[in-house]
Ligand binder design. Structure first.
Ligand code: SF4
Ligand code: SF4
Ligand code: SF4
Length: 275
């Protein structure tokens, strides 16, 4: 019973993903969904389990397990465009399959439970950016987050234009859009990280997916909370946060609250175990 309590978050995530896996497998009559969501759920639960056991590489292990699976297996081998263009594409064709389901679970409704866990544990763009040297931002945050709305609109315009022009071979175009889009994301993400001395600059200012992620994660069930009785206001948690969140404030509208990627750096570094 003690172990169940200790590993409760890992168990809960596994149950949620298994419920999704089995539901989709049965309703869609497609075994792929059972494999896909079971694999992702098990990878994330393994990460949480390792974190509880104080393994310092826990988050990176999950990032690589899930990120590489999605980028290499789903994206390159299965040729599924899992980027935002793929989401628009499948949405417009009325197909509730890979990319639309992925967005519904990981980026639209899932964040009501696990916030921006996708950004901390699964995103294949951040999987690479997190290897860069600026794990903690070396410069103050800039007020250029509006760029995300432009990239969001551009992705929608791009796919709408393909549909309006009745382009043939859409599947092929979406595959190449996935390749080019990823190369662009990596190129811009790495350049920005060095220019702003902040690994997560791309996430803060450019990524169009945050247009979904931010409002939904505002209501997240799982979130970092501070025990005010234990906190001695040393400020260490804020200094190590890659996303400039103030974890000492328990309000939902705390500073950069919808930016939290649940990376647990604040928790690991709090000398009073207040988080
Ligand atoms: S903000 Fe975008 S690029 Fe960054 S981790 Fe989240 S989904 Fe990935
Ligand atoms: S690191 Fe811990 S003790 Fe220090 S301000 Fe943050 S929550 Fe409080
Ligand atoms: S350091 Fe804490 S507050 Fe900052 S993103 Fe990570 S989990 Fe969230």
């Amino acid at each position: 019973m003690k172990n169940v309590r200790k590993y409760w978050h890992a168990i809960m995530i596994l149950i949620v993903f298994e419920a999704v896996a089995v539901t989709l497998w049965l309703t869609k009559n497609n075994l792929f969904y059972l494999f896909n969501f079971s694999y992702i759920g098990m990878s994330i639960s393994l990460g949480i389990f390792l974190f509880i056991r104080k393994n310092k590489h826990a988050r990176r292990i999950v990032q690589l397990l899930v990120g590489l699976y999605m980028l290499v297996y789903l994206g390159l081998i299965c040729r599924e465009n899992m980027q935002i263009e793929g989401f628009w594409y499948y949405l417009f064709t009325g197909v509730f399959e890979a990319a639309t389901i992925h967005y519904a679970v990981a980026k639209i409704f899932g964040p009501l439970i696990f916030g921006r866990g996708w950004c901390g544990y699964a995103c294949w763009t951040a999987m690479v950016l997190d290897f860069l040297p600026y794990k903690v931002p070396a410069q103050p945050r800039r007020k250029i987050g509006w760029i995300r709305y432009i990239t969001f609109a551009l992705s929608l315009i791009f796919v709408s234009a393909l549909f309006l022009a009745k382009v043939v071979q859409m599947e092929k175009i979406m595959f190449w859009a996935f390749i080019v889009g990823n190369l662009l994301y990596y190129g811009i993400g790495i350049a920005l990280a060095f220019a702003f001395r902040d690994n997560r600059a791309f996430c803060k200012y450019i990524c169009p997916i945050t247009v979904f992620l931010k409002p939904m994660s505002y209501f997240s069930l799982i979130r970092i909370q501070c025990n005010q009785d234990k906190c001695v206001h040393c400020g260490k948690c804020k200094r190590v946060c890659p996303m400039d969140v103030d974890p000492t404030d328990n309000a939902r509208n705390r500073k950069n609250g919808t930016e939290c990627i649940l990376c647990m750096e604040c928790v690991k570094n709090c000398p009073k175990h207040a988080l």
